[in-house]
Design a protein around this ligand. Structure first.
Ligand code: MTE
Ligand code: HPA
Ligand code: MOS
Length: 761
């Protein structure tokens, strides 16, 4: 059976499968579903103390309030009160003690949302305060960690450091970030017959929602079905934390026998659910007069919040990205998972990678400042190169497209640095900065087991195809990409492939759609299912066309044996008539990868995705306001499956990253209250903040050296880190205004206050 060559569906800029429904409002999210008879609305009653004993939880007024059907605490959980995605001991509802503000204590369900909210306000909870740890520094001083400290090392750092001609110490800090998905966390649980339950959840991880609901209810997994058609954004925030919402809805549905919807309003979502980990990094670097890094000793501390959640793997990825694109012959990176009495931080686009990359870019900046050289010059001498191409965790870099990306970028940005220097020479109050930012990002879940996926494909007798797979759609365009893969596999037009909602009863035991690997792994699983069906169809075609299966070619909606052919729908019908199955599952596991967590060595990533950008910033030295004037981005997506979707991912990731390093500031008060819990006080980037010159290109003629799905590369997270270039450009501008000593004190996000603080001290 030969395969076809010129493509029919892949490598084309096909619109997102819901593009017109997204913009017209016709796309159905959970809150848009037709209201079920007897539907109850839930509201969460949360801790208002950062760390305290629960002396008394009086819910009698809540229970007696109008419309209330149930109010549940930990004591009402029939199964286990544990929602930990990896480690046990992370209660869904607080028992005797609360360890953060926003920790759920009880959940109330009532006939209307307003009744549930009003009833929740009647809860009378008395606390006895305990000492609270709020900051990374205090947690580290108290050795308060959610997982044990980690150590990633190679070579002999102490000897190399002592022998280095020059040494410096420095620090870098970046704040956290709220996911600010447009659809806040939501779930609707519907009890069925015989203990069954159907849970609609806005989740990146339907299987984990199934597991946690099963654990809470004490039911077998097979009794529970979790379904998600689409999310209004996830960005990692719905990787593990969606199961908390679904869990509370399921408890109420189980108790009342009625469908229950729990939708967090924005303020509640921002207080109750976790965010990006803020990071404190400290480093000592040994180097020479050319700027070569000879030894690096770094400590990366993340604020993890009150429980571990995914912080272990997040910290691991941070350590495995503290090299970014640079060769570190002797290196030691210590990772600290600070346990604090703040909300549990979780996955967020890049999953710790951005924090590690941010830290080493600060090292580059410090070296440039110390040597009076440009950061570009320091980067140039430290990039991975043949013979200097093993990561600190022992993985060979393999195919390295970064030199090509950087070379193309240089043509894009020719003359910009000079123009910025000329501007600064003649401008007193406004100062500009220009920065180039390279990114290398490892693709695969850094826990090898998670790199598996499944799919289910049916061909019907009219030639139309039903597609289901384990990946979830959160706006990133996964569904259209996998449909393209299936259409290509059968060589039929895309319109014949119908995608369907992700469900745990169609494809079981899936991984989260995360680590940017959704297309890589679900695409391969779907293609495997297609191959199985095609193999069977080829036998039927061979019989009808008087040929042999090996000679059968699927091409452009027809199936050929030499010059005889039959249409794809005719063949589907013929298969049915011959009693041949037209349905198959497919499975895929990523090859080659392994990682030993204890020694932090191995080959955790199937391949690397590379990108680079050039960013120009301007600051107003009187107000501290910074703006990005231009950004030129080049991202390696291999042979892109869908350049329109991929460019959207690169642009979106960059703007979201801009938010992280430029303007999104989470502020807690001394009691641990999040003061920025709504868009009135928490500023995300909007259309006005997008650089007026914003040019995104995909690296051309760059098929993935690994046999990934149609030689494409993952794109969801890698370009997020390009936006660190915005911070670096602002820092260059601060240096132009006030010198490097001041500029090195800049912290992310580079809000006007932060820029002024750096300028004036
Ligand atoms: N794009 C949109 N529009 N919405 C999202 O929630 N999540 C990002 C990225 N792009 C996200 C997105 C994150 S964190 C990841 S890991 C990937 O998409 C997940 O999808 P993929 O593996 O299919 O790329
Ligand atoms: N990314 C996202 N989620 C994960 C990862 C990862 O690398 N590892 C474990 N869970
Ligand atoms: Mo993305 S942080 O891996 O969901």
């Amino acid at each position: 059976m030969n395969d076809i060559s010129p493509t029919i569906a892949v490598h084309k800029p096909t619109p997102h499968e819901s593009a017109s429904r997204h913009v017209s409002g016709a796309a159905i999210y959970i809150d848009d579903m037709k209201q079920k008879e007897g539907l109850l609305h839930a509201w969460v009653i949360c801790s208002t103390h950062a760390h305290a004993k629960l002396l008394n939880v009086d819910l009698s007024a809540v229970a007696g309030a109008p419309g209330v059907a149930c109010v549940l605490t930990a004591a009402d959980i029939p199964g286990m009160n544990d929602a930990g995605p990896i480690l046990p001991g992370e209660p869904l509802l607080a028992e005797r003690e609360v360890t953060t503000i926003g920790e759920p204590i009880a959940v109330v369900a009532a006939a209307t949302l307003a009744q549930a909210r009003d009833a929740a306000g009647l809860a009378r909870i008395t606390y006895e305060d305990l000492p609270a740890i709020l900051s990374i520094e205090d947690a580290v001083a108290a050795e308060s960690y959610v997982v044990a400290p980690m150590l990633l090392k190679r070579g002999d750092v102490d000897t190399a450091m002592a022998a280095a001609p020059l040494r410096l110490n420095g620090e870098a800090q970046a704040g956290g970030q709220d996911h600010f998905y447009l659809e806040t966390q939501i779930a609707q649980a519907e009890p069925g017959e015989d203990g069954a339950m159907h849970v609609f959840s806005s989740t990146q991880h339907p299987t984990e929602v199934q597991h946690i609901v099963a654990r809470l209810l004490g039911r077998p997994l097979a009794a529970l079905t979790v379904e998600v058609r689409r999310m209004g954004g996830g960005f990692g925030g719905k990787e593990s934390h969606a199961s908390l919402i679904a869990g509370m809805a399921a408890l109420c549905a189980n108790k009342t026998g009625r469908p229950v919807k729990l939708r967090l309003v924005r303020d509640a979502d921002m207080v109750i659910t976790g965010k990006r980990h803020d990071v404190n990094a400290k480093f000592e670097v040994g180097y020479d007069a050319d700027g070569h890094i000879l030894a690096m000793d770094m400590e990366i501390a993340l604020r993890c919040g009150n429980v571990a959640d995914l912080s272990g793997p997040v910290l691991t990825r941070a350590l495995c990205h503290a090299d970014n694109a640079y060769w570190l012959p002797h290196v030691r990176v210590r990772g600290l998972a600070a346990k604090t009495n703040t909300v549990s931080n979780t996955a967020f686009r890049g999953f710790g990678g951005p924090q590690g990359v941010f830290a080493i870019e600060a090292v580059i900046t410090h070296l440039a400042a110390a040597l009076g050289k440009s950061a570009d010059e320091i980067r140039r001498v430290n990039y991975y190169a043949p013979g200097r191409d093993i990561t600190p965790y022992g993985q060979h870099i393999g195919a390295d497209n970064l030199p090509r990306v950087l070379a193309e970028l240089e043509t894009e940005i020719a003359g910009r640095r000079e123009a910025v220097a000329a501007f600064n020479a003649s401008s007193r109050l406004l100062k500009k900065g220009f920065a180039v930012m390279p990114v290398k990002f490892g693709i695969s879940f850094n826990l090898p087991t998670l790199n598996q996926a499944g799919a289910l494909v049916h061909v019907y007798t009219d030639g139309s195809v039903h597609l289901n797979h384990g990946g979830t759609e959160m706006g990133q365009g996964l569904y259209v990409k996998i449909a393209q893969v299936v259409a290509e596999g059968f060589s039929i037009d895309l319109e014949h492939v119908h995608v369907s909602a992700t469900r745990t009863d169609k494809v079981p035991n899936t991984s989260a759609t995360a680590a940017s690997s959704g297309t890589d792994i679900n695409g391969m699983a779907a293609l495997a299912a297609v191959s199985t069906i095609k193999g069977r169809m080829a036998e039927v075609a061979a019989a009808r066309l008087e040929s042999v299966p090996e000679e059968i070619v699927f091409a452009r909606n027809r199936v050929y044996a030499g010059n005889r052919s039959i249409s794809f729908p005719e063949l589907a019908l013929a298969c049915w008539a011959d009693r041949v199955s037209l349905s198959a599952t497919g499975f895929y596991k990523t090859p080659e990868i392994h990682f030993d967590q204890a020694s932090m060595t191995g080959h955790p990533f199937y391949y690397f995705a590379h990108g680079a950008c050039g960013v120009e910033a301007v600051i107003d030295t009187l107000t501290g306001e910074a703006r990005i004037l231009s950004a030129n981005l080049i991202q390696d997506c291999g042979t892109s499956l869908n350049p329109a979707v991929d460019i959207g991912q690169v642009e979106g990731a960059f703007v979201q990253g801009m938010g992280w390093v430029m303007m999104e500031e989470l502020v807690w008060d001394g009691q641990g209250n999040l003061k920025t819990h709504a868009p009135s006080t928490y500023k995300i980037p909007t259309a006005r903040d997008v650089p007026p010159v914003f040019v995104t290109k995909l690296l051309e003629n760059a098929p993935n050296a690994k046999p990934t799905i149609f030689r494409s590369k993952a794109v969801g997270e890698p370009p997020f880190m390009l936006a660190i270039g915005c911070f670096l450009a602002v820092q260059e501008a601060v240096a132009a205004a006030a010198g490097w000593e001041r500029a090195l004190t800049l912290r992310a996000p580079a809000t006007p206050e932060a820029v002024l603080r750096a300028l004036r001290g």
